[in-house]
Every structure is written in C-alpha cells, then in structure tokens.
Design a protein around this ligand. Structure first.
Ligand code: FRU
Length: 913
C-alpha cells in the first residue's frame, strides 16, 4: 500500500513538472548594459533589440540602464558577469572607464559584443555599429559639395569627450575639411551629446560675432539645439545645420530635415536587431568579424521623404510584427494552458485507472487476508478457550487447596484451644508437683502457644490476601496497652538476663487502635527481638509522643544480630528471611505487622545499626480513620486481651458475690457439637453454673425448655448453624432476653457482621482463653444483674427505660398494661396473665425472673404497692379504699405487704408525707 502511494506521488510530481509551461533551462541569456535611455535613439535601440529577442522565444534578454553614470555601468556589468549571462552586449558611456570590466567579462568566458561606442583597447569579442569616421567624412562632404567655390566657416559641436563616436566623427570630419582651404572650422564646442551642454557656449560665440555658414553637430539633438539658439538670435537662415543619427518619427532628424531645421543628417543606425542576431551567432560559434559595420548615408532634402517613407514602412512592419508576435504569444499561452489541461486529464485518467486496478487488487488481497484472519482468529479463540479452561481449573484447584488449608487451620484451632486450656489447669497442679513437671508443662504451654500463633499468622495472611480484614479501632491508652504486652515478655527477659525496658514520655496518651491487630504487631516485633538478641543483651520499647506533631512513635530496639544492609528493602516482604537468620521462621510476621500498621494509616520502618530497630508511627486522634473503622461500644469480638478501659472494668468483688450460696446458680446452655469441647466447658463451668448441653440438633427446644441465664453457641453445627439459632432465640419472647455468646473459629468480617445481625451479645473467636470466656460470662451476667437491679428499683418507670431489646420492651408494656387493667381485680391470677400473654406460666415466671430477678407474683405485688404508695401520697382516699383499688383482698394484707416493702405501715407513711 505504501509503495503504491509513493508511486502515485512520483507520477503526480512528474506531471506537475511537465505542466509548468516554458522551461527555464535551455534559455539563452543575453545581458545588455545600456549607457542611458533618455533619448529616442537609445529607446529605438532597445525596442529593436526587444523585438528581435521576442522573435526568438529561447532568448532571455535583460537590459540594465546605467543612466549616464560610468560607475553604475561598471557595477551593472559586474552583476551581469556574476549572473553568468551567455552573452554580454555593452554600449559604453565612455571608452576608457569601461575597458577593464569588459576585459573581466572576457576573462570569465563571457563573449562581449560592444555596440555604438567602443572601449579603449578593443579587447572584446566583436563590435557592431556604423563607421563614425565615415559619418564625419559624409558630413564634411555634404558641406563641401554644396559650397565648392566659396569660403566656408564652420562651427563644430562635438559629442562627449572620451566616447569613440565623438572622437571618430571629429576625425573623419577634419580629414575632409582639411583638404579644402576655403573650408575652415572657426570654433569648436565640446558637448556631451545633449543640446543643453552646448547652447550657452554657442550663444556666447555668436553674440561675440563669430560668423558661421555651417554648424556641424555630432548628433541631431545638439544640431537642433544649435538651430534653436540661432533662431533665438534671428540668424537661423544664415547658418546651415548638419546633424547625425537620422532618426525617423516626429522628433527625429529626418523630420527636422523635412522641416528645414537641418540641412542634412547622417544616418546612424542603432543596430539593435543586428546586435541580437550577432549575439546568437556568437553563441552558435559561428565565425564573426571583429568589426561589424552598419551602413550609413547622408539624408538631405533630396532623399528625406524617401527615407522617411522607408522608415515609416519599416516601423509599420515592425508594428505588424509586434502584433503578430503578441498574437503568437497569446496562441502559445492558449496552447500551454490547453496542453496542461490535457496533461491533467491524462494524468487523472491514469490515476483513476491505476486506482481502479489497485482497488480490484486490494479487494482480492483483503479477501485473502480476511480468510487468513478468520483462520487465525479461530485458532486464537480455541487457544484462548483452552487457556481459560486451564486457568479456571488451576484457579479451582488452587482455591480448593487454599480452602482445604484454611479449613484445616481452622480445624487446628479447637484442639489447640483444648490443649491450651488443659495446660492452664495443669500448670496449677504442676506448681505443686515440683519443678520438672512445671518445666514440662511450661514447655508444652509455650509450644502450643507458638503453634497457635503460627496458625493465626497463616490465617491472617490469607485474610490479608483476600482483603478480608476490617479495622475496629477503639480509644486505647497506649502506655497501658504496651505495659500488658511488656509484662508477657518480662519472664523471658529475666531468663536470658536481658535488660528489657518500657518507657514513655506521655503515659496518659490515648490512640485509636485495633487492639487485636496491634497486639499481634507488638507480639511479632517483640518475639523477633527476643529471638535474635543474645543473653545479657538489651531490648527496649520507647513511646515518643511528639506534642508538636500529630503522630506518636513506638520504637522497638534490640541489641541483636541485626539485618544485613543490602537486605533491608525486603524485610517487610512476605516470606522474607535474613541471610544471617539461622532460626526457623515463617517469614510472614513482619509482612503482617506492616499490613496491620498500614491499616491504621500508620508507617513502620526498620533501621539496623548495632541491632535492629523498628519504628511504628501512628496518628493521634481519630480523624485519619473512617467512621466505620471506629467502635465506640464495647468490643463484640474477643480481642485476646482484656478490655482495660475504666468504664468496662469488671467489678470483680461483685462477680465473686454474684452466685451467692443461698441463691440458685445461674444456668448456662452450651450448644456445641464437639463433644470434647462441650464436655471440657461443662467440667470447668459446672462448679459455678447449672450446665445444660445441646449438640445443636435440639438447641432451640432446649433453650425454650430451660430458659437459661446465658447461652454459649458454636457456629458450625449439624442442623441449623449458630447464626440461625441465635436469631430464632433472639426473636422469641421466651428467650429473647438471654445473653448469647457465639463461639467460633470463623474470624472474618462477614461472620462478625452476621453475628451482629443475628443479635449475639458477644462473639468469641477460637481459640479463646478459658479465663476470658469466664470473664465474659461473668461480665454479661453482671450487666444483666445491674439492669435487673435498676428495673426492680424503678418498676413504675420501666417502660421508659430503653436498655432492653424491642421484644422485651413490648413484653413489659403488654405485661404492665394487663397488670394495670386488672389492678382492682384481686382474682386476676398469674395463670390469667400468662394466658393473656400466650406463654406458659413457667415461661412467664422464668422470663420475669431473668429480666427482673424477681418472681412474677412479686412483680405484680410491687406494681400494686407502688401504685398504692403514690395514691397514699396524692389522693384523699382511705387506706382501705386504696387497698381494694389496687387488688389487695383485705386492708390488713395490704398493710403487712406495704410495711414489708417500705418499712412503715401505710397509715404512718401517709402521716409522714
Ligand atoms: C544617442 C547618441 C546619438 C549618438 C550616439 C553616439 O545617445 O547620443 O545621438 O549618435 O549616441 O554614441
């Protein structure tokens, strides 16, 4: 295609070149340096040159006018030489000054044709002009012939001194005159070819009394000028005037002869046309005579008419020729334009034809290409499908492997939790059984913990890869948080005699952090520090709160083996292992730490100089976090560390007292299909709680039946999953008030949200610490207890308290309206009330007991007594009337019950109001 366009462009260029009319190349370039153009003789010379040149289309004639200035003429000839004209024609103003530049042209290889006036040494190719000596002679002969016997006085008016015609005409004139004694030149005037140059001088001579019979002027213009002076003096008829040139036309010498102004004129032809012809001959290398003499003749009253007619004829012919030339030129132009049009048409036709051929060729080529493309496309599609299929298979198998691996890791968690919890119990008895046992238990404990951390790291890595982490930052005292983790490592520091320190310049600084994630970061950095720091070394955690900036730095510095300089860049990459690290390591701990810190919009850097230093920078405040990343309520998910912010601190004293010996124990329903775990929990918890077990198949029935004080529920269960069970129980009036803890190995975001949606109160991820589970149970029961206390002491306001769930609120509202509606009816029983609420008497009892900590009958009595108390305070009814109005069967029974509750009988109470 490209080559086709190139060929087309080439064709078009050729065509346009051929269209451009006359070609500059092949032209004959003639340069003419004209002395001046201010008189008719010169103009006639130029015209005849032009006419002759136009008859020869290949001649390019360039005329330069020196305007009587010798220096200008030299300069112009120089230009023509530089322009490398083919032939140079020169009509010099004066002979001498022009000589050298003409020689220069000859030297440059340009033939020079000198016309009219000559140069000094005659070093030119050729000369063309009339014989000026002959002209002078002719003029003298004319004078002598008509005055043969008389004495003749003559005034000679010369042309420009230094120009050859002036010299030669004078010479020829004197040659003849000198032969005749009666003829005498009485005065000579030096002119410059123009009449103005001689008139003054002539006037003076004539006025001085110089007598002349003849005035011979070297040209007609000066001769007529002389006549004008004579006429001015009234002596024009006494003198005969003879000039040179003999031009035709109204101002010419012939007309002056005819008019009687001049006696005669000597013909001096311009030779313009001959000059062009001669130039062509020179260029054609024809042999040319050095001097080409134009013929001359005397024109007087005898032949003036004939000459005039001749010249007029010549002029007419010239005019006709000019017209014809113009017509020819027009025809030529027409020819060129038509020729060009024809060429354009032909070229276009050629282009159209080649385009048509090319189109046909292209159609076939494109069809062929298309067929090839379709084939290639089919091949590519088949290959792509194969690749897609393989990729899908690889993805599926990868996914399956990863799921298997993740599932397996989850599976590990439950047994490890059991092992760890068992070890926790064993360690107590190990204390008593001597140090060997204690060491072994500690060994098992440490290694199980390590195993657990590794599994957690692997699962976290997967979660990070899947972008499945959700930051849950809460306001945390940084120093206290660090202190707790610091304490975990203190023992290890002591063992290796490591100088382990925690310092802070602002112990009360709070930051928003996800404690669970930052705990892992701290743990990882400190584990590494301890791993690589030898005995007697140093490890320090330094908290630097820069009050002027918005960040806090936490530095973990050790005096360990450090990291090689060239490996620093890779420290935070997954699976990194330093070349100087001989210890086992998963290689993902630091990678996870970086990810976790960056989830806080913080940074972590590493420096290694005499040990290693990790610097974590966190923003202070919460502006850098998203609203959804901040939790203001108590954390729902187990964070493996105790929530130590003051408002959440568990009142241990109260918890110890809570299940008092006199009172019945709280009941716990454990829904868990792993028998080992449920048995383990039962064994541990049954000291303090009544335990009910369900493997998940009868979970809901068990819950309705036992209405426990708290439910522990696994997620992965054989029948309904834990979320569904939780949702059903939370929506049912009978069980909706029961705090529910979900126990699961699923620690991802979706599960957490699902847990929230199902209404669970707490979400503990496996492995959970047993002590945290116990704390959590106690904490939930304590909260419930606090609520109960609050409700029972504010029974009249109970409906305004919004801490219960919707179902509870509705239930209490219904309960209270039924009780209030039947306040005056002493027959209205608990059975009637349960029936109206469409639950069983036992369920009503348990529900009210669980919510308010009192029996339903006490609750009804409390309402009645509260109401009665208000009436005692505000109404004027009698005590008996108030007793009956509030459903007491007798005023005495009312008085006893009132005294039991408020310490004073109703009558005394009224008096005290
Ligand atoms: C024209 C002219 C003529 C004369 C000739 C001599 O310029 O003055 O009148 O014959 O030059 O070169």
């Amino acid at each position: 295609m490209k080559s086709f366009y190139l060929a087309l462009c080439f064709l078009l260029a050729l065509f346009f070149l051929s269209c451009s009319g006359e070609n500059e190349e092949g032209k004959i370039r003639i340069g003419f340096s004209q002395a001046m153009t201010n008189d008719d003789w010169r103009r006639s010379m130029n015209n005849s040159m032009k006419l002759q040149a136009s008859m020869n289309p290949e001649i390019d004639l360039q005329i330069k006018d020196a305007n009587y200035d010798v220096l200008t003429q030299i300069k112009q000839i120089d230009e023509l030489i530089a322009d490398s004209v083919d032939v140079l024609i020169v009509s010099p103003i004066q002979s001498k000054p022009i000589t050298s530049v003409v020689k220069k042209a000859i030297k440059a290889g340009i033939p020079v044709l000198v016309v009219d006036r000559k140069t000094e040494d005659q070093q030119y190719t050729s000369y063309l002009g009339a014989d000026n000596i002959e002209i002078g002679r002719n003029a003298a002969k004319e004078i002598i012939a008509s005055n043969y016997n008389d004495s003749i006085r003559i005034i000679e008016i010369k042309g420009l001194a230094g120009s050859s015609p002036a010299e030669e005409r004078g010479m020829g004139f004197h040659q003849i005159i000198n032969q005749f004694n009666q003829a005498q030149v009485v005065a000579t005037i030096n002119g410059n070819w123009e009449k103005e140059s001689v008139q003054n001088r002539l006037r003076v001579l004539l006025k001085e009394g110089v007598k002349a019979d003849y005035i011979f002027a070297h040209n007609d213009r000066m001769a007529v000028g002389a006549w004008e002076v004579a006429r001015e003096l009234g002596i024009e008829n006494e003198i005969s005037f003879i000039g040179v040139d003999g031009l035709a036309g109204t101002n010419g010498g012939i007309q002056a002869v005819k008019n009687g102004v001049l006696k005669a004129t000597v013909l001096y032809p311009t030779g313009g046309d001959e000059a062009i012809k001669l130039a062509l001959n020179i260029l054609n290398n024809e042999s040319i005579p050095k001097n080409n003499i134009l013929s001359t003749t005397i024109i007087n009253e005898l032949n003036a008419d004939i000459m005039n007619n001749q010249f007029e004829k010549i002029n007419d012919q010239q005019a006709q020729m000019e017209e014809q030339l113009a017509a020819i030129k027009k025809q030529e132009e027409l020819y060129y334009s038509q020729n060009n049009l024809l060429k354009i048409t032909m070229a276009l036709l050629a282009i159209i034809l080649s385009l048509a051929v090319y189109s046909v060729y292209s159609i076939f080529a494109i069809r062929k290409k298309n067929r090839q493309l379709v084939l290639t496309n089919d091949k590519v599609t088949v290959q792509r499908n194969q690749i897609e299929k393989i990729a899908k298979e690889v993805k599926l198998s990868n996914e399956a492997k990863l799921n298997f691996f993740t599932g397996l890791s989850h599976e590990f968690k439950t047994p490890i939790t059991l092992i760890l919890s068992s070890i926790e119990s064993m360690s107590d008895s190990a204390k008593e059984k001597g140090s060997r046992m204690r060491n072994e238990v500690e060994l098992i404990h440490n290694n199980s913990n390590r195993l657990l951390r590794l599994i957690n790291q692997l699962l976290d890595f997967r979660k990070i890869e899947d972008r499945n982490f959700n930051l849950r930052a809460s306001k945390t005292n940084l120093y206290s948080f660090s202190k707790i983790i610091f304490k975990d490592f203190e023992r290890e520091a002591k063992k290796s005699n490591i100088d382990f320190k925690l310092t802070s310049n602002n112990e009360s600084l709070d930051v928003f952090m996800d404690r669970n994630l930052m705990d892992k970061v701290y743990f990882n950095l400190l584990s590494n520090a301890f791993k690589f720091t030898p005995e007697n070394g140093k490890i320090g955690i330094t908290i630097e709160d820069d009050e002027r900036s918005n960040t806090v730095n936490i530095r973990f510095k050790d005096s360990g083996i450090g990291i090689p300089e060239n490996e620093m860049d890779g420290v935070f990459k997954a699976f990194f292992k330093g070349s100087n690290n001989r210890k086992n390591s998963s290689g993902i701990g630091l990678h996870l730490s970086k990810e976790f810190v960056e989830m806080h919009k913080g940074t972590i850097q590493v420096k290694s100089l005499h040990g290693t230093e990790f610097i974590i920078s966190l923003y202070k405040g919460q502006a850098h976090l998203d609203e959804t990343e901040i939790i203001s309520e108590q954390d729902l998910v187990d964070s493996n560390i105790i929530d130590f912010s003051s408002e959440h601190l568990i009142d241990d004293n109260y918890l110890v007292q809570a299940p008092s010996k006199n009172k019945e124990k709280y009941s716990v329903l454990i829904i868990e299909d792993n028998k080992d775990l449920s048995q383990f929990l039962k064994n541990k918890l049954q000291l303090e709680y009544d335990i009910h077990l369900s493997d998940g198949t009868d979970a809901i029935e068990k819950a309705f039946e036992t209405v426990p004080d708290i439910i522990l529920c696994d997620i992965n269960l054989p029948d309904k999953d834990g979320f569904e069970i939780c949702e059903i129980l939370k929506k049912d009036l009978r069980t909706s008030h029961i705090p529910t803890i979900i126990l699961t190995a699923l620690g991802n975001k979706e599960s957490y949200i699902k847990g929230l949606q199902s209404g669970a109160d707490l979400y503990l991820t496996k492995p959970f610490s047993y002590s945290i589970l116990v704390q959590s149970i106690k904490s939930l029961l304590y909260n419930r207890e606090k609520l109960r206390y609050y409700y029972t002491s504010n029974i009249h306001k109970i409906e305004e308290i919004n801490s219960f769930g919707n179902i509870e609120q509705k239930f209490i509202h219904q309960l209270n309206s039924l009780i209030n509606e039947n306040l005056g009816n002493s027959d209205y029983s608990v059975e009637n009330l349960a029936e109206n609420l469409t639950i069983s008497r036992v369920q009503l009892y348990r529900k009210v007991k669980a919510m308010m900590g009192i029996s339903i009958s006490d609750y009804i009595a409390n309402i009645r007594l509260e109401k009665a108390k208000t009436m005692l305070e505000t109404s004027s009814l009698t005590v008996a009337e108030i007793a009956y109005a509030n459903g007491f069967s007798s005023p005495n029974y009312f008085s006893t019950a009132f005294k039991n509750k408020y310490g004073t009988p109703p009558v005394a109470f009224r008096k005290s109001v």
